[in-house]
Design a protein around this ligand. Structure first.
Ligand SMILES: NC(=O)c1ccc[n+]([C@@H]2O[C@H](COP(=O)([O-])OP(=O)(O)OC[C@H]3O[C@@H](n4cnc5c(N)ncnc54)[C@H](OP(=O)(O)O)[C@@H]3O)[C@@H](O)[C@H]2O)c1
Length: 233
């Protein structure tokens, strides 16, 4: 083991699970965050079966008090990697999108990564080679209809990433966004039932890219990765 620790949100399934597994393969302790304890436990068991180390911590990242409590639990500990991957999706035309739906999408995809990054900043500052990696979406690079709330949230996350990358440079904390195109995860299965999986990005590919960025040498960073299948129209 490396004594390095990563917090991965949305680690119970999909890309977050694959990222946690990839980081753990490298001997990094994976602290798995998500809403559903049983899914996190399942990821933790898969990591342990492969010889890695993981801890499951059920947490709704939109619950400010719970996030503050999570931060307090980690007080004084060193955190090397924060992966803001938890997210939710909404396909809805402007005319039909309620205020509550808009608030939810902004809260989980934008506000939560902001607050979690702030809460865990003291822990990241203790690392000699820290990363915050935010999972965005291809929607910020294209013009897709019916996803204006989701696009607004991910575009906000992109702006936040760029500003924090500049702000945290003196701390040698790299802040990077990876923006995948449609990926083979439960989110996509729900959004596009019956889709041909051969035109999707595999979560393992997103995980590999995340791992590469999170293990760059100290003082080296990169920015804004878009990762998509060439078969996607
Ligand atoms: N799939 C795609 O086509 C695609 C494309 C581009 C970008 N993305 C982005 O990739 C990221 C991962 O998505 P995915 O495809 O892996 O989706 P997924 O299969 O739906 O997984 C999302 C995960 O986020 C967790 N989550 C949702 N709300 C949460 C909350 N309030 N607190 C804590 N955890 C929460 C879920 O936990 P529970 O299951 O316990 O609720 C779930 O484990 C998201 O940011 C998404 O926007 C996805």
């Amino acid at each position: 083991m490396t004594n390095r620790m990563a917090v991965i949100t949305g680690a119970g399934q999909g890309s977050g699970r694959a990222i946690a597994q990839r980081l753990a393969q490298d001997g990094i302790h994976a602290l798995l965050v998500g809403r559903t304890a049983s899914k996190l436990q399942d990821t933790a068991e898969a990591i342990a079966a492969a010889g890695g180390e993981a801890t499951a911590r059920a947490l709704d990242v939109t619950d400010d008090a719970a996030v503050a409590g999570f931060g307090a639990e980690l007080d004084g500990k060193t955190l090397d990697i924060l992966i803001n991957c938890a997210g939710d999706w909404l396909i809805s035309p402007l005319a039909d999108t309620s205020n509550a739906q808009l608030d939810h999408i902004l809260r989980v995809n934008l506000r939560a990564p902001y607050i979690l990054s702030r809460v865990l900043l003291p822990n990241l500052r203790r690392s000699d080679n820290a990363s915050i990696i935010n999972i965005g979406s291809l929607v910020t690079a294209i013009s897709a209809p019916m996803v204006s709330a989701y696009t607004a949230a991910k575009a906000g996350l992109q702006g936040m990433t760029k500003s924090l990358a500049a702000e945290l440079k003196p701390d040698r904390i790299r802040v990077v966004m990876i923006s995948p195109g449609p990926a083979d995860t439960p989110m996509r299965a729900a959004a596009s039932p019956g889709i041909d999986k051969s035109i999707l990005v595999q979560p393992e590919t997103i995980a590999e890219m995340t791992h590469t960025i999170a293990t760059l040498p100290r003082g080296i960073t990169t920015s804004d990765f878009v990762l998509y299948s060439m078969s996607w129209e």
